[in-house]
Ligand binder design. Structure first.
Ligand code: OSB
Ligand code: MG
Length: 368
């Protein structure tokens, strides 16, 4: 297929509720949508899941916009692409910037699947028609708010509850949660807030029967996580430490964790995500698909990748309504009883609501 035109949209969307992690609070999501058009004016869509400030990892929205504009779009525009896997080679010379690379690659994957009249899930080698979904709950000032949120999401049927923790809001919070909900499938996410000096606190969490503790130590670290895993019974799940197949290979080799949270953006795209999936399957490392508070576009790609066989744990791809008053796709994502049906329409399987996209657009640029 020939890439005739690319459009970038800078989007601001206000979430229903603020979301607090150990690195800060977010309510206004500022991210980028990428639209890629082929010679037949068919459109493919991708989402750059950056945040306004580089608090999760080093990338942020304005930097990714520049990366797309200056380097990535020129490597794709007005060229022929037989298969989206080819983009890895085109982008290889440019270091990291995985969220930006992934956004453009995702749009090309959607376009590719549509042009072959396949679902994105099929194009990726997906095998599941339904996927299991959990929910990620932010840190709350007041424990009663958190307990209420957990109650509500459990009643909605989510298959597991993840709560964010940080030093000072960890063991005490978990004790309260377990008192009220002794048996729910529960995990925690620290977003890199601890160091090996915190081993005593981290080990205390072993008594709460957690499915896993996500990213306790520094983003990018593999070695200290391996040391910590030897001291803890709770399985460590890596998020901000896995940016590539090579990271995953090394983590498995040295035992940095027992589970991987795969985020398509963080690893630089769906092609790399497939490689990591195949590695984890071979090495018996369970995995699940993480979230970045995406709009429906990014969420649709997450649903497609989760249909691959080794995504055996519930992911963070909650309902559109968990985040948004109105999402930008039709239909919106609806999780029922903790389950989602993988769509059977071509490409990402949801229509992008262009009116709604434009209503939330603060800046756009056409490249042709
Ligand atoms: O660490 O998984 C994370 C949101 C923003 C940045 C990082 C993370 C998260 C979440 C929410 O946990 C996942 C979601 O519901 O999209
Ligand atoms: Mg995480």
């Amino acid at each position: 297929m020939y890439i005739k035109e690319i459009n970038l949209y800078k989007i601001t969307m206000k979430m229903r509720n603020p979301f607090t992690t150990s690195f800060g609070t977010e309510q206004n999501r500022k991210f980028i949508l990428v639209e890629v058009k082929n010679e037949n004016d068919l459109s493919g869509w991708g989402e750059c899941v950056t945040t306004e400030r580089p608090l999760y990892i080093e990338e942020f929205t304005d930097a990714s916009w520049m990366m797309l504009e200056k380097f990535l779009i020129p490597a794709v525009l007005k060229t022929k692409i037989e298969h989206p896997d080819e983009l890895q080679d085109r982008f290889k010379a440019y270091k990291r910037n995985h969220l930006a690379k992934s956004a453009l690659e995702a749009a090309v994957w959607d376009l590719y699947a549509k042009s072959k009249d396949m679902t994105l899930a099929e194009a990726l080698g997906g095998v599941k028609s339904t996927i299991e979904v959990g929910v990620s709950l932010g840190i709350e000032e007041d424990i009663h708010t958190l307990l209420n949120n957990i109650k509500q999401k459990t009643e909605e049927g989510y298959k597991r509850i993840k709560i964010k923790i940080k030093p000072g809001k960890d063991v005490n919070v978990l004790a309260e949660v377990r008192k009220q909900f002794p048996d729910i499938p529960l995990m925690v996410d620290a977003n890199s807030a601890y160091t090996l000096d915190d081993i005593p606190t981290l080990k205390e969490m072993d008594r709460f029967n957690l499915m896993m503790i996500e990213q306790p130590l520094t983003a990018g670290d593999l070695i200290d996580h391996a040391k910590l895993q030897k001291e803890m019974e709770t399985p460590i799940c890596l998020d901000e430490s896995i940016h590539s197949y090579e990271d995953a290979r090394k983590a498995v080799e040295i035992g940095s964790g027992k589970i991987i949270n795969l985020k398509v953006g963080r690893v630089g795209g769906l092609t790399e995500a497939k490689r990591i999936h195949d590695l984890c399957k071979q090495e018996n490392i369970p995995m699940w698909c993480g979230g970045m508070l995406e709009s429906g576009v990014g969420r649709a790609h997450n649903i497609a990748i989760t249909s691959l066989a080794n995504f055996t744990l519930p992911g963070d791809t909650a309902s559109s309504a968990r985040y948004w008053h109105k999402d930008i796709i039709d239909p919106e994502v609806v999780v029922e009883n903790g389950l989602l049906t993988v769509p059977d329409k071509a490409g990402i399987g949801f229509d992008v609501n262009l009116d709604e996209v434009l209503r939330n657009t603060t800046e756009s640029k056409k490249f042709n």
